[in-house]
Design a protein around this ligand. Sequence first.
Ligand code: PLP
Length: 412
Amino acid sequence: MDFERYMSERLGELRREGRYRVFADLERLAGRFPVAEWRESPEAPAKDVIVWCSNDYLGLAQDPRVLEAMRAAIDRSGAGAGGTRNISGTTHDLVMLEHELASWHGKEAALVFTSGFVANEAALGTLGKQLPDPIFFSDAANHASMIAGIRNSRRECRVFRHNDVEHLRELLSQCDPGRTKIIAFESVYSMDGDIAPVESICDLAREFGAITYLDEVHAVGMYGEHGAGVAEREGLVHRIDVIEGTLAKAFGLIGGYIAGSALLVDFVRSFAPGFIFTTALPPALVAGARTSLKILREGHDLRQAHQQQVRRLRQMLHQAGLPILHNDSHIVPVMVGDAAICKAISDRLLRVHGHYVQPINYPTVAKGTERLRLTPSPVHDNAMLGDLVSALSAVWSELGPNLAGMPRLWVA
Ligand code: PLP
């Protein structure tokens, strides 16, 4: 087998379909976010651009309090954790962070992983492998990390249509009542920005005796009085068995976690290879996460400022006649519907206008629903919003699809 040729042909297919991913060389500048320095090539001079697609939703990745906590932790404890949690990686800050995350979510315990992806993969994989005769009910739009966990468990999985409670009911009612049922879903779906009918799903879980596993990765820090997510906002925390979150988005760092009963967390801790056999997060990251959590807990004004900028951008795009997908979250998808055009718009925005928003293509979203996913933050000021909308309108009229031909759903 000529592997080199095979790989080159497969990559060629991606290029022809406009789906080949090119990573922009961006240097984030602490204190200047959302401005970053972009280089067209490693030797090219740096140019200031505005980043519109970061998951550092609230700008905490540059918050001086977070940075100071991280510096102090490096001075105190050095760089790495020194081993897995079992060997020597359970640092005091990590013990405290888990207590604080648990209390934030109104749960007995929490367990930190090296990323949100690993948290989902390890927790769902372990529940699936270790619980007796389990069956998963998984929302069709669930993130790749949840799918990976479910697949790794090699257990039966029924996929319900996205946010379709009636379909979920139908599937649950076809299932043997004696089986262990796990409903896995997200609160805020990151690509469409729509929000799950969490209460109705909890009702079904109660009716059919299912475990609820809720991924709040795009909601932690963002919703609820104390920022603990959609379950907090809707008063449903006590009806969710496992809340999964990340330290990588609103927290501005990296890492993931689950929160739940002490027994469930101990169960995952004791059986999950993705938790047991990997080095713990470095102390500086954990110290930074504790500081982020404190800011998020008290971050009502920050959330208000953020939501105001989201509303403002949506309104401006709407007035400019651009096709945004409506939702009730902070994610603003501008629908393009073609991979090559989406990439061309993104390139032109960056090169000519200094705005960076990466194209979102298949397999992240379905073919024909390619888009630009905008995530304005509280530090994107009104002038930046205005400049982006003018630039996008100009680029759209040069390269974008004809708005008249686009499905009604997409047109604001
Ligand atoms: N869950 C969802 C819904 C996500 O969108 C992501 C990443 O974007 C993850 C989990 C993984 O989180 P992390 O980036 O912390 O690995």
